[in-house]
Design a binder for this molecule. Structure first.
Ligand SMILES: C[S@@+](CC[C@H](N)C(=O)[O-])C[C@H]1O[C@@H](n2cnc3c(N)ncnc32)[C@H](O)[C@@H]1O
Length: 291
């Protein structure tokens, strides 16, 4: 029986009201209770070990000397789908924004469990800057794809009508991300703004409040999600600021949205590849992105 399952009308591990218990009894109850609540299953532990081994294996040997950076990334990698290269890229660009004293906030659209966003938050906190971290996600997972997303989207959904309903993939709850940020990492809640909901609704309603942006990280996978983020937020990226597109290489719909957006602006970004999918560019002028 799971130690926190109810026995009669009581939950094991909770002290019985009005009933005295010895110290060893109390300790035993507390251990059983914690074990029941927190120990993951063997399968989950195996998956976690594989992920740790994979992540450690991705770190270039020369980076092992960067203790501060590795400490930060090790706090984040279990809460993100991205590998070392893209996590390291968020770290470096956020650091660079702080070093250069760029005005504006850090934004991520497509947060999932918050690993990349946490790196932004940890950098801003360590730098002692007052900038805000704005985080946009449904916190219900992906919406339906559209035909623009093509066959690659089938790994996530077989729904292609573009409706804003959760399709049950990439789901992480707002409560779990807030627990990670504020209880585990002890980030300051006054510096992090969560906007749960579909980008198509939350971005138009929040863009003015968001204001200038120093670092804009887009990780919404789909054509419509990416297009909406660019249309609503790109103009707020400050000159000198960075735009990161997580899915440029992996999802053709995302790439199409990015290419179309910049074509209609008459801009030809010079992307810096991060890995097989992620790219970034610096806004070097109102009419130039990438140098
Ligand atoms: C691949 S995950 C993000 C991964 C995350 N950045 C990380 O560090 O691992 C994609 C996220 O985008 C969100 N998303 C995609 N389209 C969205 C939309 N139109 N509105 C709100 N959230 C969306 C999903 O809920 C999901 O959490």
């Amino acid at each position: 029986m799971n130690p926190i399952q109810r026995v009669g009308s009581k939950t094991m591990g909770e002290p019985e009201v009005g009933c005295r218990q010895s110290l060893p009894q109390g300790i035993a109850r507390s251990i059983l209770c914690r074990a029941g609540r927190r120990w993951p299953s063997l399968a989950a532990r195996y998956r976690a070990m594989r992920r740790i081994a994979w992540f450690l294996g991705e770190i270039p040997v020369s980076h092992y000397r960067q203790v501060r950076k590795l400490t930060c990334l090790l706090c984040a990698f279990r809460h993100t789908q991205v590998g070392y290269a893209r996590l390291s890229n968020v770290y470096e660009l956020a650091q660079e924004a702080e070093r250069a004293g760029l005005p504006g906030c850090f934004v991520e659209c497509g947060v999932w469990k918050g690993g990349c966003a946490a790196v932004m938050g940890m950098i801003a906190a360590t730098a002692g800057s007052r900038r805000l971290i704005w985080l946009f996600d449904s916190f219900e997972g992906m919406p339906a794809a559209t035909k623009e997303d093509g066959e690659a989207a089938r790994e996530i959904t077989d729904r292609f009508d573009g409706s804003l309903v959760p399709v049950g993939s990439n789901v992480a709850s707002l409560a779990e991300v807030q627990h990670y940020f504020f209880d585990r990492l002890k980030l300051n809640p006054a510096r992090v703004v969560f906007r749960p909901g579909w980008f198509q609704n939350t971005l138009p309603a929040s863009r003015q409040e968001v204001g200038p942006i120093a670092l804009l990280r887009l990780d919404g996978d789909w054509y419509e999600s990416t297009r909406c983020c660019l249309e609503e937020l790109y103009d707020q990226l400050v000159v000198g600021g960075y735009l990161i597109i997580d899915d440029y290489g992996h999802f053709p719909g995302c790439r199409k949205a990015v290419n179309e957006f910049f074509e209609t602006r008459g801009l030809r970004p010079r992307w810096v590849p991060i890995d097989y999918t992620g790219v970034y560019a610096q806004k070097v002028g109102e009419d130039r992105i990438g140098s």
